[in-house]
Design a protein. Structure first.
Length: 260
């Protein structure tokens, strides 16, 4: 399967209680939770509502990661044509390799890496064919619609990712005391934004936005199911509405909608 280098292609959530995560995200995002049949891994696939198209998955935190203190988190997968080579490029550009390249049986090859300030992401080289029928249209509820880096240094981070993947600057938004929010394009399409993280955020990290139909209803579902609102609902440039949340296990995620 071919794809533009540097495109986000998958997302997964690791948590200490996978069953609870399944129930929460099915309720909040409307995903159908489907058991993994590709291999023996304890993993559940998240399907776009009313579709067989998978956008991500849920899995338990591995024992070694749990012993190292890992908490519940979302991760994004960036598609590449050669994981081993790209892991080397990440390291050469000042990043780090957290988990060396390895295979996921019947799925593909991956490596867990980080930018120079420690925001992690996953390099992924698919080994199979995409599902039939094609991907849902951008903005479809249940797909991921925005990728936001709360960076150790926003300017340096953009230089790192654009140097690696060719991401292009789009609009820069002056947020006053919070600094500049630099939006970016991947393959000519708007894909996300970067900014230097707020001091209260403990570490640099990526935040992923799920498309939903309406933001107030989504925020209500998020809290009713046991999560907490971190920020919003609020309107952002372009007329979209967002809310940033913590799920009941402490993983940060966000949602975006075309209406309140």
């Amino acid at each position: 399967m071919s794809m533009p280098k540097g495109t986000f292609v998958w997302y997964d959530h690791m948590s200490p209680d996978k069953k609870a995560a399944e129930a929460y995200y099915a309720e909040v995002c409307g995903w159908a939770v489907v058991p993994n049949t590709m291999n023996a891994q304890d993993y559940s696939i998240l399907h776009v509502p009313g579709s067989t198209w998978g956008v991500g998955g849920l899995m338990p935190i591995p024992d070694d990661a749990k012993a190292a203190g890992m908490k519940a988190t979302w991760s994004g997968y960036v598609g590449v044509d050669d994981v081993d080579a790209w892991a080397g490029k990440v390291k050469a550009a000042g990043g780090a390799i957290y988990r060396p390249p390895g295979d996921i049986p019947n799925v593909g090859r991956f490596a867990v890496v980080a930018d120079p300030h420690g925001a992690s992401f996953i390099l992924f080289q698919p080994g199979g064919s995409p599902p039939p029928g094609g991907a849902p249209a951008p903005g479809t509820p249940g797909t991921f619609g925005w990728h936001e880096l709360h960076a150790g240094d926003g300017v340096a981070a953009f230089a790192f990712y654009s140097g690696l993947f060719g991401w292009e600057k789009d609009t820069a938004i002056d947020m006053g005391p919070m600094g500049v929010y630099q939006t970016f394009k991947i393959g000519g399409a708007q894909a996300g934004g970067m900014m230097t993280k707020a001091p209260e955020m403990p570490r640099p990290q990526w935040l992923y936005y799920v498309n939903v139909e309406a933001i107030d209803a989504a925020a209500a579902r998020a809290t009713k199911a046991g999560g907490k609102i971190l920020n919003g609902p609020m309107e952002v440039p372009g007329g979209l509405w967002i809310v940033q949340c913590f799920d009941p296990q402490g993983a940060m995620f966000a949602m975006v909608a075309p209406k309140r």
